[in-house]
Design a protein around this ligand. Structure first.
Ligand code: C2O
Ligand code: CU
Ligand code: CU
Length: 506
Protein backbone atom coordinates (compact mmCIF):
# COMPACT_ATOMS: atom_id res chain seq x y z
CA UNK A 1 0.00 0.00 0.00
CA UNK A 2 1.08 3.50 -0.64
CA UNK A 3 2.57 5.18 2.36
CA UNK A 4 0.58 8.21 3.35
CA UNK A 5 2.73 11.23 3.71
CA UNK A 6 2.02 14.39 5.54
CA UNK A 7 3.70 17.58 4.54
CA UNK A 8 3.28 20.97 6.04
CA UNK A 9 4.14 23.99 3.97
CA UNK A 10 6.41 26.64 5.33
CA UNK A 11 4.38 29.75 5.95
CA UNK A 12 1.00 28.10 6.31
CA UNK A 13 1.48 27.15 9.89
CA UNK A 14 -0.71 27.26 12.94
CA UNK A 15 -2.38 30.52 13.84
CA UNK A 16 -3.31 31.47 10.30
CA UNK A 17 -7.02 31.18 9.69
CA UNK A 18 -8.19 30.51 6.19
CA UNK A 19 -11.16 32.68 5.42
CA UNK A 20 -12.95 30.50 2.94
CA UNK A 21 -13.02 29.87 -0.76
CA UNK A 22 -12.39 33.40 -1.76
CA UNK A 23 -13.24 33.14 -5.43
CA UNK A 24 -16.79 32.12 -4.70
CA UNK A 25 -16.98 34.18 -1.55
CA UNK A 26 -17.30 37.38 -3.52
CA UNK A 27 -20.57 37.12 -5.38
CA UNK A 28 -21.63 39.06 -8.45
CA UNK A 29 -18.11 39.61 -9.69
CA UNK A 30 -17.39 42.07 -6.91
CA UNK A 31 -13.93 41.87 -5.49
CA UNK A 32 -14.67 43.71 -2.31
CA UNK A 33 -13.78 41.60 0.67
CA UNK A 34 -10.66 40.19 -0.92
CA UNK A 35 -8.44 42.75 0.76
CA UNK A 36 -9.39 41.38 4.15
CA UNK A 37 -8.73 37.77 3.25
CA UNK A 38 -5.83 36.26 5.12
CA UNK A 39 -2.90 35.63 2.80
CA UNK A 40 -0.47 32.77 2.79
CA UNK A 41 3.20 33.07 1.95
CA UNK A 42 3.78 31.78 -1.59
CA UNK A 43 5.56 28.47 -1.66
CA UNK A 44 8.91 29.11 -3.35
CA UNK A 45 10.95 25.97 -4.04
CA UNK A 46 14.45 25.34 -2.78
CA UNK A 47 17.14 22.77 -3.51
CA UNK A 48 16.42 21.04 -0.19
CA UNK A 49 13.68 18.76 -1.51
CA UNK A 50 10.03 19.16 -0.56
CA UNK A 51 7.25 20.32 -2.81
CA UNK A 52 8.55 21.52 -6.22
CA UNK A 53 12.14 21.24 -4.94
CA UNK A 54 14.77 21.85 -7.63
CA UNK A 55 16.41 18.59 -8.65
CA UNK A 56 19.42 18.23 -10.94
CA UNK A 57 19.60 14.60 -12.04
CA UNK A 58 23.08 13.14 -12.18
CA UNK A 59 22.05 9.83 -13.72
CA UNK A 60 19.00 7.64 -14.07
CA UNK A 61 16.38 8.41 -11.45
CA UNK A 62 12.86 7.28 -10.58
CA UNK A 63 9.70 9.32 -10.34
CA UNK A 64 6.96 7.50 -8.45
CA UNK A 65 3.41 8.71 -8.94
CA UNK A 66 1.57 8.04 -5.71
CA UNK A 67 -0.87 9.34 -3.15
CA UNK A 68 0.20 11.86 -0.54
CA UNK A 69 -1.60 14.09 1.92
CA UNK A 70 -0.83 17.81 1.88
CA UNK A 71 -2.02 20.72 3.90
CA UNK A 72 -3.11 23.04 1.10
CA UNK A 73 -5.88 24.86 2.93
CA UNK A 74 -4.63 25.73 6.40
CA UNK A 75 -5.78 23.19 8.95
CA UNK A 76 -7.20 20.79 6.35
CA UNK A 77 -5.72 17.71 4.82
CA UNK A 78 -6.04 17.05 1.13
CA UNK A 79 -5.30 13.75 -0.51
CA UNK A 80 -3.45 14.34 -3.75
CA UNK A 81 -1.33 12.48 -6.29
CA UNK A 82 2.29 13.54 -6.60
CA UNK A 83 5.47 12.56 -8.38
CA UNK A 84 7.79 11.56 -5.56
CA UNK A 85 11.55 11.27 -5.83
CA UNK A 86 14.03 10.22 -3.17
CA UNK A 87 17.68 11.15 -3.47
CA UNK A 88 20.53 11.77 -1.04
CA UNK A 89 18.22 11.57 1.94
CA UNK A 90 15.82 14.13 0.54
CA UNK A 91 12.25 13.60 -0.60
CA UNK A 92 10.90 15.67 -3.44
CA UNK A 93 7.26 16.06 -4.42
CA UNK A 94 6.67 17.16 -8.02
CA UNK A 95 10.33 18.18 -8.30
CA UNK A 96 11.31 20.92 -10.73
CA UNK A 97 13.87 19.12 -12.88
CA UNK A 98 16.84 21.26 -13.86
CA UNK A 99 18.64 20.02 -16.98
CA UNK A 100 21.28 21.34 -19.30
CA UNK A 101 21.17 21.27 -23.07
CA UNK A 102 23.29 18.33 -24.18
CA UNK A 103 22.53 16.32 -21.01
CA UNK A 104 21.19 12.80 -21.24
CA UNK A 105 17.82 12.63 -19.53
CA UNK A 106 17.24 9.21 -18.11
CA UNK A 107 14.22 8.32 -16.02
CA UNK A 108 12.05 5.46 -14.80
CA UNK A 109 8.39 5.98 -14.06
CA UNK A 110 6.89 3.91 -11.25
CA UNK A 111 3.11 4.02 -11.42
CA UNK A 112 1.33 3.75 -8.06
CA UNK A 113 -1.63 5.92 -8.98
CA UNK A 114 -4.16 3.09 -8.83
CA UNK A 115 -4.82 3.33 -12.57
CA UNK A 116 -2.94 3.40 -15.88
CA UNK A 117 -0.57 6.30 -16.43
CA UNK A 118 2.47 7.54 -18.31
CA UNK A 119 4.49 10.78 -18.11
CA UNK A 120 4.73 13.21 -21.01
CA UNK A 121 7.65 15.68 -21.17
CA UNK A 122 5.71 18.56 -22.65
CA UNK A 123 7.82 20.65 -25.01
CA UNK A 124 10.69 18.20 -25.39
CA UNK A 125 11.90 17.18 -28.80
CA UNK A 126 12.26 13.51 -28.00
CA UNK A 127 11.81 10.19 -29.81
CA UNK A 128 8.21 9.13 -29.51
CA UNK A 129 8.95 6.14 -27.27
CA UNK A 130 10.27 8.63 -24.73
CA UNK A 131 7.44 11.11 -25.22
CA UNK A 132 4.66 9.57 -23.13
CA UNK A 133 2.39 8.55 -25.98
CA UNK A 134 -0.81 7.09 -24.43
CA UNK A 135 -0.12 3.70 -26.05
CA UNK A 136 2.83 3.40 -23.60
CA UNK A 137 0.70 3.92 -20.49
CA UNK A 138 1.48 1.31 -17.83
CA UNK A 139 -1.03 -0.22 -15.43
CA UNK A 140 -1.00 0.50 -11.71
CA UNK A 141 2.07 -1.15 -10.23
CA UNK A 142 3.89 -1.02 -13.56
CA UNK A 143 7.15 0.70 -14.40
CA UNK A 144 8.05 2.43 -17.66
CA UNK A 145 11.78 2.74 -18.36
CA UNK A 146 12.14 5.72 -20.65
CA UNK A 147 14.82 5.37 -23.29
CA UNK A 148 17.63 7.90 -22.72
CA UNK A 149 16.92 11.26 -24.30
CA UNK A 150 19.64 13.68 -25.29
CA UNK A 151 18.37 17.18 -24.51
CA UNK A 152 18.45 19.20 -27.74
CA UNK A 153 16.01 21.90 -26.71
CA UNK A 154 16.78 25.51 -25.99
CA UNK A 155 16.91 26.92 -22.49
CA UNK A 156 13.44 27.55 -21.17
CA UNK A 157 10.59 26.32 -19.04
CA UNK A 158 9.09 22.97 -19.91
CA UNK A 159 6.32 20.95 -18.31
CA UNK A 160 5.69 17.34 -17.31
CA UNK A 161 2.39 15.68 -16.55
CA UNK A 162 0.48 12.41 -17.09
CA UNK A 163 -0.82 11.45 -20.53
CA UNK A 164 -2.93 8.26 -20.28
CA UNK A 165 -5.85 8.54 -22.61
CA UNK A 166 -9.07 9.60 -20.91
CA UNK A 167 -7.51 10.14 -17.46
CA UNK A 168 -5.11 13.04 -17.98
CA UNK A 169 -7.56 15.64 -16.66
CA UNK A 170 -8.21 13.71 -13.47
CA UNK A 171 -4.57 12.87 -12.78
CA UNK A 172 -3.30 16.41 -13.40
CA UNK A 173 -6.13 17.78 -11.30
CA UNK A 174 -5.20 15.46 -8.43
CA UNK A 175 -1.71 16.95 -8.46
CA UNK A 176 0.55 15.28 -11.02
CA UNK A 177 2.35 18.11 -12.80
CA UNK A 178 5.57 20.06 -12.54
CA UNK A 179 8.18 21.98 -14.46
CA UNK A 180 11.45 21.26 -16.20
CA UNK A 181 14.02 24.00 -16.61
CA UNK A 182 16.56 23.64 -19.40
CA UNK A 183 19.71 25.74 -19.26
CA UNK A 184 22.17 26.72 -21.98
CA UNK A 185 24.64 29.55 -22.54
CA UNK A 186 21.93 32.12 -23.42
CA UNK A 187 20.37 31.30 -20.08
CA UNK A 188 23.73 31.65 -18.29
CA UNK A 189 24.19 35.10 -19.85
CA UNK A 190 20.75 36.27 -18.76
CA UNK A 191 21.23 34.92 -15.27
CA UNK A 192 24.57 36.69 -14.94
CA UNK A 193 23.32 39.94 -16.45
CA UNK A 194 20.41 40.15 -14.03
CA UNK A 195 21.93 38.32 -11.05
CA UNK A 196 19.07 35.80 -10.91
CA UNK A 197 19.00 32.73 -8.73
CA UNK A 198 16.57 29.87 -8.37
CA UNK A 199 14.15 30.07 -5.51
CA UNK A 200 14.75 33.73 -4.71
CA UNK A 201 14.69 35.88 -7.84
CA UNK A 202 13.94 33.20 -10.47
CA UNK A 203 10.60 31.87 -9.29
CA UNK A 204 8.06 29.46 -10.81
CA UNK A 205 4.42 30.53 -10.75
CA UNK A 206 2.44 27.36 -11.40
CA UNK A 207 -1.17 28.53 -11.56
CA UNK A 208 -3.92 25.96 -11.05
CA UNK A 209 -7.58 26.17 -10.07
CA UNK A 210 -9.13 23.65 -7.72
CA UNK A 211 -12.42 23.07 -5.92
CA UNK A 212 -12.38 21.76 -2.35
CA UNK A 213 -15.19 20.41 -0.23
CA UNK A 214 -15.61 21.42 3.42
CA UNK A 215 -13.12 18.81 4.55
CA UNK A 216 -10.46 19.94 2.15
CA UNK A 217 -10.93 17.10 -0.35
CA UNK A 218 -10.60 17.86 -4.03
CA UNK A 219 -13.79 17.75 -6.07
CA UNK A 220 -13.52 16.90 -9.77
CA UNK A 221 -16.75 16.84 -11.75
CA UNK A 222 -16.08 18.19 -15.23
CA UNK A 223 -19.16 16.68 -16.73
CA UNK A 224 -21.36 18.34 -14.10
CA UNK A 225 -22.16 22.00 -14.24
CA UNK A 226 -19.07 22.82 -16.24
CA UNK A 227 -19.92 20.42 -19.08
CA UNK A 228 -17.97 21.11 -22.24
CA UNK A 229 -16.17 24.04 -20.73
CA UNK A 230 -13.89 21.56 -19.01
CA UNK A 231 -13.23 21.89 -15.32
CA UNK A 232 -12.96 25.36 -13.77
CA UNK A 233 -12.05 25.31 -10.08
CA UNK A 234 -13.25 27.81 -7.49
CA UNK A 235 -9.93 28.46 -5.78
CA UNK A 236 -6.82 29.56 -7.62
CA UNK A 237 -3.55 28.17 -6.28
CA UNK A 238 -0.06 29.35 -7.14
CA UNK A 239 2.58 26.71 -6.37
CA UNK A 240 -0.20 24.94 -4.42
CA UNK A 241 -0.65 28.02 -2.20
CA UNK A 242 -4.13 29.50 -1.84
CA UNK A 243 -4.49 33.28 -1.60
CA UNK A 244 -0.72 33.79 -1.82
CA UNK A 245 1.58 36.72 -1.26
CA UNK A 246 5.29 37.11 -1.87
CA UNK A 247 7.72 39.60 -0.34
CA UNK A 248 9.98 41.20 -2.93
CA UNK A 249 12.82 43.72 -3.04
CA UNK A 250 13.11 46.69 -5.38
CA UNK A 251 14.96 44.83 -8.14
CA UNK A 252 14.28 42.60 -11.16
CA UNK A 253 12.63 39.22 -10.68
CA UNK A 254 12.02 36.51 -13.22
CA UNK A 255 8.75 34.59 -12.99
CA UNK A 256 8.22 31.40 -14.95
CA UNK A 257 4.46 31.36 -15.38
CA UNK A 258 3.00 27.93 -16.13
CA UNK A 259 -0.72 27.57 -16.57
CA UNK A 260 -1.16 24.09 -15.12
CA UNK A 261 -4.95 24.38 -14.92
CA UNK A 262 -7.20 21.94 -16.70
CA UNK A 263 -9.27 24.48 -18.62
CA UNK A 264 -9.06 28.00 -17.22
CA UNK A 265 -7.07 30.67 -19.08
CA UNK A 266 -5.61 33.64 -17.20
CA UNK A 267 -5.44 37.18 -18.56
CA UNK A 268 -2.79 38.54 -16.25
CA UNK A 269 -2.10 42.16 -15.39
CA UNK A 270 0.05 43.66 -12.66
CA UNK A 271 -1.79 46.33 -10.68
CA UNK A 272 -0.78 48.98 -8.20
CA UNK A 273 -4.17 50.26 -7.13
CA UNK A 274 -5.84 50.53 -10.51
CA UNK A 275 -2.63 51.38 -12.41
CA UNK A 276 -1.28 48.73 -14.70
CA UNK A 277 2.44 48.27 -14.18
CA UNK A 278 4.36 47.17 -17.31
CA UNK A 279 6.52 44.06 -17.35
CA UNK A 280 8.54 42.16 -19.96
CA UNK A 281 7.89 38.87 -21.71
CA UNK A 282 11.28 37.20 -22.21
CA UNK A 283 10.34 33.66 -23.14
CA UNK A 284 7.61 31.27 -24.14
CA UNK A 285 7.32 27.46 -24.33
CA UNK A 286 10.34 26.88 -26.56
CA UNK A 287 12.63 29.22 -24.64
CA UNK A 288 13.92 32.77 -24.73
CA UNK A 289 12.67 35.33 -27.23
CA UNK A 290 15.22 37.20 -29.29
CA UNK A 291 14.49 40.38 -27.31
CA UNK A 292 12.31 41.26 -24.32
CA UNK A 293 8.86 42.61 -25.16
CA UNK A 294 7.29 45.11 -22.80
CA UNK A 295 3.58 44.62 -22.19
CA UNK A 296 0.86 45.31 -19.65
CA UNK A 297 -0.97 42.02 -19.95
CA UNK A 298 -0.52 38.44 -21.00
CA UNK A 299 -3.07 35.77 -21.84
CA UNK A 300 -1.91 32.33 -20.70
CA UNK A 301 -3.79 29.15 -21.59
CA UNK A 302 -3.37 25.67 -20.11
CA UNK A 303 -0.07 24.20 -21.28
CA UNK A 304 1.58 27.55 -22.06
CA UNK A 305 4.67 28.76 -20.22
CA UNK A 306 5.43 32.47 -20.27
CA UNK A 307 8.63 33.78 -18.72
CA UNK A 308 8.40 37.36 -17.53
CA UNK A 309 10.63 39.92 -15.87
CA UNK A 310 9.16 42.35 -13.37
CA UNK A 311 11.22 45.35 -12.32
CA UNK A 312 9.99 46.32 -8.88
CA UNK A 313 12.12 49.49 -9.06
CA UNK A 314 9.14 50.94 -10.99
CA UNK A 315 7.31 51.11 -7.66
CA UNK A 316 8.15 52.13 -4.11
CA UNK A 317 9.14 50.35 -0.98
CA UNK A 318 5.95 49.62 0.95
CA UNK A 319 3.82 49.30 -2.20
CA UNK A 320 1.50 46.38 -2.77
CA UNK A 321 1.16 45.03 -6.30
CA UNK A 322 -1.44 42.54 -7.39
CA UNK A 323 -1.17 39.99 -10.15
CA UNK A 324 -4.75 39.96 -11.35
CA UNK A 325 -6.63 37.91 -13.90
CA UNK A 326 -9.17 39.89 -15.94
CA UNK A 327 -12.19 38.79 -17.91
CA UNK A 328 -11.41 37.67 -21.45
CA UNK A 329 -13.27 36.78 -24.61
CA UNK A 330 -12.12 33.18 -24.96
CA UNK A 331 -15.27 31.38 -23.93
CA UNK A 332 -18.04 33.23 -25.76
CA UNK A 333 -21.18 34.38 -24.02
CA UNK A 334 -22.90 31.07 -23.43
CA UNK A 335 -23.96 28.83 -20.64
CA UNK A 336 -23.35 30.32 -17.21
CA UNK A 337 -19.80 31.28 -18.02
CA UNK A 338 -20.20 34.73 -16.51
CA UNK A 339 -19.89 33.03 -13.13
CA UNK A 340 -16.40 31.74 -13.88
CA UNK A 341 -15.12 34.29 -16.40
CA UNK A 342 -14.52 37.14 -14.04
CA UNK A 343 -11.63 39.00 -12.54
CA UNK A 344 -9.83 37.88 -9.41
CA UNK A 345 -6.51 38.18 -7.67
CA UNK A 346 -3.86 35.56 -8.36
CA UNK A 347 -0.91 36.76 -6.25
CA UNK A 348 0.03 39.76 -4.12
CA UNK A 349 3.54 41.20 -4.17
CA UNK A 350 4.68 43.19 -1.14
CA UNK A 351 7.63 45.42 -1.89
CA UNK A 352 9.28 45.14 1.49
CA UNK A 353 12.86 46.20 0.85
CA UNK A 354 14.92 48.61 -1.10
CA UNK A 355 18.00 47.38 -2.91
CA UNK A 356 21.22 48.70 -4.37
CA UNK A 357 20.49 46.60 -7.45
CA UNK A 358 21.62 48.38 -10.60
CA UNK A 359 21.20 45.86 -13.42
CA UNK A 360 19.12 46.47 -16.53
CA UNK A 361 17.34 44.12 -18.88
CA UNK A 362 19.58 43.05 -21.79
CA UNK A 363 18.35 44.21 -25.19
CA UNK A 364 19.12 40.85 -26.71
CA UNK A 365 18.43 37.46 -25.16
CA UNK A 366 18.93 34.83 -27.82
CA UNK A 367 18.65 34.07 -31.52
CA UNK A 368 15.34 33.00 -33.00
CA UNK A 369 15.61 32.16 -36.67
CA UNK A 370 12.28 32.62 -38.41
CA UNK A 371 11.12 29.58 -40.37
CA UNK A 372 10.76 30.62 -44.00
CA UNK A 373 7.13 30.10 -45.04
CA UNK A 374 7.61 30.61 -48.79
CA UNK A 375 6.46 27.60 -50.75
CA UNK A 376 5.55 25.69 -47.62
CA UNK A 377 2.37 23.60 -48.04
CA UNK A 378 -0.63 24.39 -45.88
CA UNK A 379 -2.50 21.80 -43.86
CA UNK A 380 -6.00 23.07 -43.12
CA UNK A 381 -7.17 22.05 -39.68
CA UNK A 382 -10.75 22.57 -38.61
CA UNK A 383 -11.79 22.44 -34.99
CA UNK A 384 -15.43 21.46 -34.70
CA UNK A 385 -17.90 19.46 -32.74
CA UNK A 386 -19.72 16.28 -33.46
CA UNK A 387 -21.94 14.26 -31.14
CA UNK A 388 -21.12 16.52 -28.20
CA UNK A 389 -17.36 16.01 -28.55
CA UNK A 390 -14.86 18.51 -29.96
CA UNK A 391 -13.10 17.24 -33.07
CA UNK A 392 -9.99 17.90 -35.17
CA UNK A 393 -10.84 17.67 -38.89
CA UNK A 394 -13.89 15.67 -37.81
CA UNK A 395 -11.74 13.10 -36.00
CA UNK A 396 -11.47 12.10 -32.38
CA UNK A 397 -9.00 9.88 -30.58
CA UNK A 398 -9.23 6.26 -31.62
CA UNK A 399 -8.55 4.15 -28.55
CA UNK A 400 -8.66 0.92 -30.56
CA UNK A 401 -6.10 2.20 -33.08
CA UNK A 402 -4.05 4.77 -31.17
CA UNK A 403 -1.56 4.98 -34.04
CA UNK A 404 -4.27 6.10 -36.49
CA UNK A 405 -2.99 3.63 -39.04
CA UNK A 406 -3.36 5.11 -42.48
CA UNK A 407 -5.30 8.24 -41.69
CA UNK A 408 -3.27 10.57 -39.47
CA UNK A 409 -1.26 13.52 -40.69
CA UNK A 410 1.87 12.03 -42.24
CA UNK A 411 5.14 13.84 -42.88
CA UNK A 412 8.79 13.19 -43.63
CA UNK A 413 11.72 14.17 -41.41
CA UNK A 414 12.68 17.71 -42.46
CA UNK A 415 9.30 18.71 -43.95
CA UNK A 416 8.07 22.19 -43.26
CA UNK A 417 4.31 22.52 -42.85
CA UNK A 418 1.91 25.38 -42.22
CA UNK A 419 -1.01 24.45 -40.01
CA UNK A 420 -3.91 26.80 -40.63
CA UNK A 421 -6.12 26.08 -37.65
CA UNK A 422 -9.70 27.34 -37.82
CA UNK A 423 -11.86 27.16 -34.75
CA UNK A 424 -15.49 26.65 -35.76
CA UNK A 425 -16.70 26.46 -32.18
CA UNK A 426 -17.79 29.07 -29.65
CA UNK A 427 -15.06 28.37 -27.14
CA UNK A 428 -11.28 28.64 -27.29
CA UNK A 429 -8.91 25.70 -27.73
CA UNK A 430 -5.21 25.89 -26.75
CA UNK A 431 -3.78 23.59 -29.44
CA UNK A 432 -0.60 21.70 -28.66
CA UNK A 433 1.81 19.66 -30.80
CA UNK A 434 4.18 17.09 -29.36
CA UNK A 435 7.65 16.55 -30.72
CA UNK A 436 8.34 20.00 -32.22
CA UNK A 437 8.19 23.68 -31.49
CA UNK A 438 6.49 25.93 -34.06
CA UNK A 439 6.19 29.64 -34.88
CA UNK A 440 2.92 31.57 -34.99
CA UNK A 441 2.62 34.00 -37.90
CA UNK A 442 -1.07 34.78 -38.37
CA UNK A 443 -4.05 35.45 -36.17
CA UNK A 444 -7.35 36.38 -37.89
CA UNK A 445 -8.60 38.39 -34.92
CA UNK A 446 -5.72 40.84 -35.05
CA UNK A 447 -2.07 41.16 -34.30
CA UNK A 448 0.11 38.57 -32.69
CA UNK A 449 0.45 38.93 -28.94
CA UNK A 450 3.80 39.00 -27.10
CA UNK A 451 3.00 35.44 -25.99
CA UNK A 452 2.72 34.33 -29.66
CA UNK A 453 6.36 35.19 -30.40
CA UNK A 454 9.36 32.88 -30.47
CA UNK A 455 9.23 29.10 -30.37
CA UNK A 456 5.87 27.76 -29.20
CA UNK A 457 4.35 24.37 -28.52
CA UNK A 458 0.85 25.50 -27.51
CA UNK A 459 -1.21 28.23 -29.15
CA UNK A 460 -4.53 29.80 -28.22
CA UNK A 461 -7.15 29.55 -30.97
CA UNK A 462 -10.04 31.78 -29.89
CA UNK A 463 -13.73 31.21 -30.72
CA UNK A 464 -14.19 31.39 -34.52
CA UNK A 465 -10.61 32.46 -34.96
CA UNK A 466 -8.02 31.21 -37.47
CA UNK A 467 -4.40 30.91 -36.40
CA UNK A 468 -1.51 30.03 -38.69
CA UNK A 469 1.64 28.35 -37.43
CA UNK A 470 4.64 26.96 -39.27
CA UNK A 471 6.57 23.92 -38.14
CA UNK A 472 9.89 22.51 -39.24
CA UNK A 473 9.67 18.75 -38.75
CA UNK A 474 13.40 18.15 -38.52
CA UNK A 475 13.68 15.55 -35.82
CA UNK A 476 17.10 16.49 -34.47
CA UNK A 477 17.92 12.81 -33.97
CA UNK A 478 18.14 9.87 -36.31
CA UNK A 479 14.80 8.07 -36.31
CA UNK A 480 15.02 4.30 -36.23
CA UNK A 481 11.33 4.02 -37.06
CA UNK A 482 8.25 6.12 -37.78
CA UNK A 483 7.65 8.62 -34.99
CA UNK A 484 4.09 9.03 -33.70
CA UNK A 485 3.32 12.35 -32.06
CA UNK A 486 0.16 13.90 -30.74
CA UNK A 487 -1.75 16.99 -31.72
CA UNK A 488 -4.44 17.92 -29.25
CA UNK A 489 -6.34 20.55 -27.32
CA UNK A 490 -4.76 21.30 -23.92
CA UNK A 491 -8.12 21.82 -22.23
CA UNK A 492 -7.67 18.48 -20.54
CA UNK A 493 -11.33 17.54 -20.57
CA UNK A 494 -11.50 18.17 -24.33
CA UNK A 495 -8.41 16.08 -24.86
CA UNK A 496 -9.71 13.27 -22.59
CA UNK A 497 -13.00 13.28 -24.50
CA UNK A 498 -11.02 12.71 -27.70
CA UNK A 499 -9.90 16.08 -29.12
CA UNK A 500 -6.58 14.51 -30.03
CA UNK A 501 -5.05 12.93 -33.15
CA UNK A 502 -1.68 11.57 -34.21
CA UNK A 503 0.73 12.84 -36.76
CA UNK A 504 3.67 10.83 -37.98
CA UNK A 505 7.17 11.74 -39.04
CA UNK A 506 9.21 9.20 -40.96
CU1 C2O B 1 0.95 18.92 -22.05
CU2 C2O B 1 0.04 16.19 -24.87
O1 C2O B 1 0.43 17.57 -23.47
CU1 CU C 1 3.02 17.94 -24.91
CU1 CU D 1 -10.48 22.32 -26.66
Amino acid sequence: MTRREFLKFAGIGAGIVYTGTWLSACGGGSLSGLSTAVKNRLLVPSDQGGLLGYYRPTGRFTLTAQRAVFEILPGKQTSVLTYTLEDAGKTYYNPILVLRKGDVFSVDFDNRTGEKSIIHWHGFRAPWRADGHPSYAVADGGVYNYPDVKIIDRSGTYFYHPHPHGRTGYQVYMGLASMIIIEDTDEDNLKNALDLSYGTTDVPLIIQDRTFDENGSLIYNPMGMNGQMGFWGETVLVNMTPNPYMDVERRIYRFRVLNGSNARPYRLVLLRGSDRIPFHVIGVEGGLLESPVQTKEILVAPGERIDILVDFRLVNEGDILRLYSLQHNLVGMGGGMSSVNREFEVLEFRVVKGSSYDRSIPARLSTVNAIDTTGVPTENVSLGMSGGVFTINGQTWNETDPLFTGYGFNYANGDRVIFKITNNTGTYHPMHFHGFQFQVFGRSSGNLRPTDLGWKDTVIVGPHETVEVVMDMSLGFTPAETQYYLFHCHILEHHDAGMMVNFTVT
